[in-house]
Design a protein around this ligand. Structure first.
Ligand code: 5GP
Length: 184
């Protein structure tokens, strides 16, 4: 069977990445999300095993030690990582695996060099717009929002490393653009 694509989608917190990915998963039954492991607390509405595997710091560090993770990072004080076995198993079944990961994780996936890798950076129209979206979302405290904006600034400097950059000006257009890039 033909191996599926591994599609890394990065972009600063608040750029609409979560929405875009959720819609892509609805649009095409051959797309599946690589469910990451994290030590951050679940947000309201998030379910263990669907958005993330929510684990303790001890559990996460055990996973690092036994080599279960393809890549991992520390993002604003929490660990986030990609379970390796699941991702490769889905790919072997011909599934298009979507990875919602930040720029350092994307670097490490590039280094691991899986077959059929495609990387997409979703950029906000501006940092001002990003601040508005993060504030409007109201799921994070002011302090966390500031940290995420600082990180966003850093992440934007890395966008040239990606195969494709899509500016999320118009959500529907962005979804179509990303969908067609993946289906190319
Ligand atoms: P959030 O806390 O908003 O769900 O995610 C914060 C950031 O962590 C996002 O940029 C998201 O893409 C990234 N992220 C989620 N899972 C992983 C992962 O497994 N590895 C890496 N490197 N980043 C991740």
């Amino acid at each position: 069977m033909k191996k599926g694509k591994i599609v890394v989608i990065s972009g600063p917190s608040g750029c609409g990445k979560g929405t875009v990915i959720a819609r892509l998963l609805e649009m095409d039954a051959s797309f599946k999300l690589s469910v990451s492991m994290t030590t951050r607390a679940p947000r309201p509405g998030e379910a263990n095993g669907r958005e993330y595997y929510f684990v303790s710091k001890e559990e996460f560090e055990k996973r690092i030690d036994i080599g279960d993770l393809l890549e991992y990072t520390n993002y604003n004080g929490n660990y986030y990582g990609t379970p390796k076995k699941e991702m490769y198993a889905m790919q072997a079944e011909g599934i298009t695996v979507l990875l919602d990961i930040e720029v350092e994780g994307a670097d490490n996936v590039r280094k691991a060099a899986p077959e059929n890798l495609m990387t997409i950076f979703l950029a906000p129209p501006s940092l001002d717009e990003l601040r508005k979206r993060l504030t409007g979302r109201a799921t994070e405290t002011a302090d966390v929002i500031e940290k995420r904006l600082m990180r966003a600034n850093e992440e934007l400097k890395e966008q040239h490393k990606y195969d494709h950059i899509v500016v999320n000006d118009d959500l529907e257009e962005t979804i179509q653009t990303v969908y067609h890039l993946i289906k190319e």
